[in-house]
Ligand binder design. Structure first.
Ligand code: ATP
Ligand code: MG
Length: 431
């Protein structure tokens, strides 16, 4: 039989046996952002196209080439979100969250959609964890979000990821810098790729982000933004560094980091690794003080970062970091006969109430096949329930690894005693 279709290129399925890996990293991200005072925001997967056109920026790769945009039956142009910031900013404005006290601190998990060339670490549907902080100009906030990202990476046990930091200034410093870049790159007009040529006038900083090897070489000797910062931006940048120093967060200053989206100001940063090939940026972020005004709100300085979940998992694999699997069955009850089946249901309910994974046969297999299945799913303990066990109201729980058996009464105390057994091991239980 031929399948009628397969998954779309550049998308991935997360299968039941793999999902614990996602849950593990997501739980750490949730916990870390929570202790820093961030609360989760959930926004729709699609938005009006103009939100991204304005909020991400007309001169970006994302808006120019990568968006999944379509007209609805009602004739509206909508776009699948290519990132999480624009939707969060829209929701903040729409619900006037600035009236509820500043700063507004939100975290998110989103699926993102970009029509890019699929390759390792680059998908068309991918997932991000991110933070947004609105309503603070303080460099302490820049350092705070960087600390969250660093804590997440540390708790995941990742090594060899370094933080690259830069400041791309405010519109004032940038006007001077852009002119210097135009002057510099104009000398190489013949060699530049077409995209870079088209951006030379409108947004020359984008040229520093070009992926073409020839253009990268030219960009290497381009003027550095750090030589063009105004006093305020320079002070801000120094302060961020001081906060990071006191938090013990290590960084290197990389004046070529400009970030892919248009709305950044002042601080920009990336966490980068070389252990997963060319797409080595696992997290990118910074400050975007002009974004909220761009979307029609009042001046509300903001900042945030986004971390690619697929790339984080790739680094975990590359570094051989084992993720504990909590999905292993603790108790499998094999049954013989209808009465045993019903008894199993009542015992299992008790065990599950203790938070342990417990299963029985729901397929209609014979005893031998049930035991084979218990083995296959790696059940830690098994118990065979037949007429004898029911008559005596007790049964032997068997440790599937050691073969050791422990007799337990099949009454209200069963689950509690089984929990102790499974947590402490047979020997401890028998003492
Ligand atoms: P890149 O330079 O790798 O294209 P970007 O600047 O487009 O990254 P952002 O928009 O800042 O990336 O997204 C934040 C993070 O999301 C990235 O650092 C990366 O970890 C992840 N990411 C971005 N695009 C993809 C993709 N197509 N597939 C998988 N992960 C992605
Ligand atoms: Mg990109």
């Amino acid at each position: 039989m031929a399948l009628i279709t397969k998954k779309i290129k550049g998308t991935e399925d997360v299968l039941p046996k793999q999902s614990y890996r996602w849950q593990f990293i997501e739980n750490i991200m949730r916990e870390e952002s929570r202790v820093y005072g961030f609360k989760e925001i959930r926004t729709p997967v699609f938005e009006h196209t103009e939100l991204f056109a304005r909020g991400v920026g007309q001169t970006t790769d994302v808006v120019q080439k990568e968006m999944y945009t379509f007209d609805t039956k009602g004739g509206e142009s909508v776009t699948l979100r290519p990132e999480g910031t624009a939707g969060a900013a829209r929701a903040v404005l729409e619900h006037a969250l600035e009236n509820e006290g500043l700063p507004i601190k939100a975290s998110y998990f989103v699926s993102c959609y970009r029509y890019e060339k699929p390759q390792a670490g680059r998908l068309r549907e991918f997932h991000q964890f991110g933070l947004e902080e609105y309503g603070t100009q303080s460099p302490a906030a820049d350092a705070e979000i960087i600390c969250v990202a660093q804590s997440v990476l540390d708790r995941l046990g990742l090594t060899g990821i370094h933080l690259e930091l830069n400041s791309i200034g405010c519109p004032e410093c940038r006007a001077k810098y852009n002119q210097a870049l135009r002057d510099y790159f104009s000398q190489y007009k013949e060699q530049l790729c077409d995209t870079c040529l088209s951006r030379l006038e409108k947004n020359p900083m984008r040229l520093l982000d070009c992926k073409s090897p020839e253009d990268k070489l030219i960009a290497k000797d381009a003027p550095k933004i750090t030589d063009f910062l105004c006093e305020e931006c320079e002070t801000h940048f120094k302060e961020v560094q001081k906060y990071l120093d006191s938090a013990g967060v290590k960084y290197v200053i990389n004046p070529t980091i400009v970030r892919g989206l248009d709305y950044y100001t002042k601080t920009v940063f990336e966490f980068v690794t070389d252990c997963i090939g060319a797409q080595g940026t696992v997290c990118g972020g910074g400050r975007y003080d002009g974004l909220i005004e761009e979307l029609g709100g009042k001046h509300l300085p903001s900042l945030g970062f986004a971390m690619g979940l697929e790339r984080i998992l790739m680094v975990m694999d590359a570094q051989g970091i084992e993720i504990p699997n909590p999905d292993r069955c603790a108790l499998y009850i094999a049954t013989m006969g209808d009465e045993a089946k019903r008894k199993a249901f009542s015992l299992l309910r008790q065990v599950r109430e203790c938070g342990l994974i417990a299963e029985t046969d729901v397929v209609g297999r014979g005893l031998r096949a049930q035991m084979k299945y218990a083995d296959k799913i790696g059940a830690k303990y098994s118990l065979v329930l037949g007429d004898n066990e029911i008559a005596e109201n007790k049964a032997k729980v068997k440790n599937m690894e050691s073969g050791e058996q422990t007799e337990l009464a099949l009454d209200d105390t069963f689950a509690e005693k089984f929990s102790v057994l499974s947590l402490t091991g047979d020997e401890a239980f028998q003492i």
